[in-house]
Write a protein that binds this ligand. Structure first.
Ligand SMILES: Cc1cc2nc3c(=O)[nH]c(=O)nc-3n(C[C@H](O)[C@H](O)[C@H](O)COP(=O)(O)OP(=O)(O)OC[C@H]3O[C@@H](n4cnc5c(N)ncnc54)[C@H](O)[C@@H]3O)c2cc1C
Length: 303
């Protein structure tokens, strides 16, 4: 049953019609719990609050299903986010999705867009993480990441623990000294490429995290799983790893008390802060992760 509900939310996440409908109503159905707002100004206010609580942020402009010539607008949004972070003097980096930058339209155009963003971020001394999307785009995203990493120090990417291939990716990218975010994975993937059982995903997460932490790069431990976080803390302390080797990352609105507890205990914590009018796909993926959240949507609908 849980798998069915999860599949339903993930199917909704990919529906352009549902997305258009949701967009018309503004942040509704309880989405404000996971999305900072529709504008960069609203997102910067959230970042300011997080900074005051001792946490840094990553801004993510939502709009992942762009498939036409709208990449130019996505580039402008990202450049505006870099400028807003700099002007507000807040502690935040940015995430980008290559689908937004035209990955499916033209690979060269996407590379040129990404290069523009990385150059602007480097001028502002800001870090950019290339988010990982569905499996169909995984190799293309790693290829572009590796190409850009040869030119820029301020770029990192993401490895998903649900994919069978990820251990080799961590070893290869880690050896480049890359900035790697380890996540469990948020898309619907077939058993031919991804572990169907959560227990295997969790075990693989720990394996990837340890391999990355022992490599020469930087590891973002991006999970809300308390057991894995506890394991990470003992691993880090047993190996005497310094704070410039790792950070914990969590999503805005998920396990906020855990976020605070880690920050108060002195661990580096960065919160992923999504914003924008195209919030529907992101919201559906968060619901899919925890079908118990459906009660949440029902409450939103009643309001
Ligand atoms: C900073 C960050 C960046 C990410 N970037 C990417 C990316 O680029 N590509 C990608 O595929 N995925 C990305 N993800 C999402 C990730 O793949 C998982 O889908 C998500 O983090 C949930 O997995 P979990 O590790 O928290 O573990 P889970 O086992 O799913 O959850 C552990 C516990 O966290 C809480 N929790 C988790 N999710 C929710 C929720 N939606 N609502 C309420 N409680 C919840 C619950 O208490 C749950 O028991 C990112 C996640 C983070 C934190």
């Amino acid at each position: 049953m849980e798998r069915l509900v999860r599949g339903m939310f993930l199917a909704m996440a990919g529906s352009a019609a549902a997305r258009r409908l949701a967009r018309r109503y503004g942040l509704c159905l309880g989405a404000a719990r996971f999305v900072a707002g529709e504008t960069i100004d609203a997102a910067i206010e959230v970042v300011r609050k997080l900074n005051r609580s001792g946490m840094s942020a990553i801004l993510d402009h939502l709009g992942e299903f762009v498939q036409d010539a709208a990449e130019a607008a996505a580039v402008d949004e990202l450049l505006a986010a870099l400028a807003a972070i700099t002007a507000a003097r807040v502690d935040s980096s940015v995430s980008v999705k290559l689908m937004q930058l035209g990955l499916d339209v033209d690979r060269e155009l996407c590379a040129a867009n990404l290069r523009r963003i990385l150059a602007a971020a480097r001028d502002c001394q800001l870090q950019v993480t290339i988010d990982m999307e569905d499996y169909r785009h995984c190799q293309a995203i790693f290829d572009l990441f590796e190409q850009m990493r040869r030119e820029f120090d301020n770029v990192g990417t993401v490895v998903q623990a649900y994919l069978y291939r990820s251990f080799e990716d961590v070893l290869r990218l880690g050896a480049m000294g890359a900035h790697l975010r380890i996540v469990k994975g948020a898309y619907r993937e077939p058993a031919s490429v991804a572990y169907p059982d959560k227990s295997d995903v969790d075990a693989n997460y720990v394996k990837l995290m340890e391999a990355s932490l022992l490599g020469p790069g930087f590891t973002a431990i991006a999970t809300h799983d308390e057991q894995i976080i506890r394991h990470a803390i003992s691993f880090i302390s047993a190996r005497g790893l310094s704070r410039d080797k790792y950070e914990f990352q969590m999503l805005y609105g998920i396990r906020p008390q855990l976020q605070m507890r880690l920050a108060e205990a002195g661990y580096p914590v960065r919160i992923y802060v999504p914003y924008g009018t195209d919030w529907f796909g992101y919201f559906m993926r968060r619901l899919a992760e925890r079908p118990a959240n459906v009660a949440f949507v029902l409450r939103g609908l009643m309001r």
